[in-house]
Design a protein around this ligand. Structure first.
Ligand code: AMP
Length: 417
């Protein structure tokens, strides 16, 4: 199937060519015709599926120019806003739409200035958008298309009160497009209360990780995680590695420790200024630093090609975060590896992830690594049933009799189970 057959006009097909796309992805095939017809659409799609172009292309076709702000895209993170803006700029090469990015962490006045000069499309994070709107500079009363991107993450991040206020500034009659990697009960409630008779389009469910990702778990004591990471990275074969930590502080600390071992890395998290975040991401994209240490919030949605390895230095809090994290590698048909360090206090999180995936993830040991105390999940464990029964993880009592505790274990060699 071609982009032409989806109903896109020649000026947008030129934009498609400028982006270098030859064939639409699944979400683009499914969503574009509905959006062109003016329907409300709910898209269940994670980053990496081509969802940005799926809403940008038809939105451009339907959005008039030079009549004030007619399209608004609301997104949870600044990086995502900048990425969407970049896609719009390329796609709109022959349509002359003008965009403004309205995000926190950078100066407000250039944004105000841009809005004053006249824009057709605004890409924004909720807080700054409300801030600028309250200064009576931005008129949202004639918006015809609203896109809520990564709706689940906006809910998780507590942005919903702000998003609700934004909805109140828009005309009641408008087209709504909502994209979300997961369709939790909360997201569905939002869909029901905000969207009008939406068409639902989806790609593979979020609990299906990309098949080309080779997943492994490395059981290791909490205090040996850095040492193990250094050894793995020094072992070679890691072209471009994205390392996830649970906290901002943890990301900074780990980045410093890697530096001490001669492993140059950049750190990106919500505690850094926008300029620092852009610099870190730029260095990683350009290949100047091969390691990026990140937290979930900012890493969500970052679009960097050729990530060969994802390391979960800390296990993610939810199965969805796990799928998102490991989905950063093996993009566009490439192969990738995802390695998860597992300390005793993280066993329950592994159980939840395996339950959601419906499979167990094999455990590996690094050959020659002097492991201290740790807990290794039972290789014969089964994926826990839906009611939490029959699992192989013990009753959450911390080292129950179903896992094997190991003290020492130095020299244990690359055991694959
Ligand atoms: P997204 O899910 O929107 O973040 O897009 C993920 C990546 O896929 C981006 O690097 C896009 O440039 C790329 N992409 C989107 N649509 C296509 C397409 N039809 N053909 C090839 N690459 C695409």
């Amino acid at each position: 199937m071609s982009f032409e057959s989806l109903g896109l006009e020649p000026r947008l097909l030129q934009g498609v060519a400028a982006m270098g796309y030859t064939e639409p992805t699944a979400i683009q095939r499914e969503a574009i015709p509905h959006i062109l017809r003016g329907s409300d659409v709910v898209g269940a799609a994670q980053t990496g599926t081509g969802k940005t172009a799926a809403f940008v292309l038809p939105m451009l076709q339907r959005t008039p120019i030079k009549q004030g702000v007619r399209a608004l895209i609301v997104t949870p993170t600044r990086e995502l806003a900048l990425q969407i803006d970049e896609v719009i700029r390329t796609a709109a090469k022959h349509t002359r739409h003008r965009t403004a990015v309205i995000i926190g962490g950078v100066g407000m006045y250039p944004q105000i200035d841009r809005v004053r000069r006249g824009v057709d499309i605004v890409v924004a994070c909720p807080g700054r958008l409300l801030d600028i709107h309250s200064r009576r500079i931005l008129d949202l009363s004639r918006v015809e298309t609203l896109v809520l991107d990564e709706a689940d993450r906006m809910l998780d991040m507590g942005f919903w009160p702000d998003v609700s206020r934004i909805l109140g500034l828009l005309p009641a009659k408008r087209q709504n497009l909502l994209f979300s990697a997961t369709m939790s009960a909360e997201v569905l409630r939002v869909v029901q209360s905000t969207l009008h008779d939406p068409v639902r389009v989806e790609t593979s469910p979020v609990t299906t990780p990309v098949e080309q990702v080779d997943q492994t778990v490395y059981p290791v004591g909490r205090h040996q995680k850095t040492e193990l990471l250094v050894r793995l990275l020094q072992g070679g074969g890691h072209r471009r590695t994205l390392v996830f930590t649970r906290t901002k502080h943890g990301a900074d600390k780990l980045s410093r420790q890697l530096e001490k071992h001669g492993l140059g890395s950049a750190a990106i998290h919500g505690g850094r200024s926008q300029a620092q975040r852009q610099r870190a991401l730029g260095a990683f994209r350009a290949g100047q630093s091969h390691i990026l240490v990140a937290t979930d919030v900012v890493a969500r949605g970052i679009d960097v090609d050729n990530i060969s390895h994802v390391v979960n230095y800390d296990m993610p809090n939810t199965p969805e975060d796990y799928v998102h994290r490991i989905g950063r590698t093996a993009r566009a048909g490439a192969e990738g590896s995802a390695v998860s360090f597992l300390a005793i206090e993280e066993l329950e999180r592994l159980a939840e992830i395996e339950q959601a995936l419906g499979m167990t993830i094999p455990c590996h040991d690094l050959e020659g690594f002097a492991y201290g105390a740790r807990v290794v999940p039972d290789p014969a464990r089964q994926v826990r049933g839906p009611k939490g029964s029959g699992g192989g993880y013990g009753g959450g009592s911390g080292g129950g009799n179903r896992h094997r505790s190991r003290q020492g274990g130095a020299g244990r060699s690359g055991r694959r189970r």
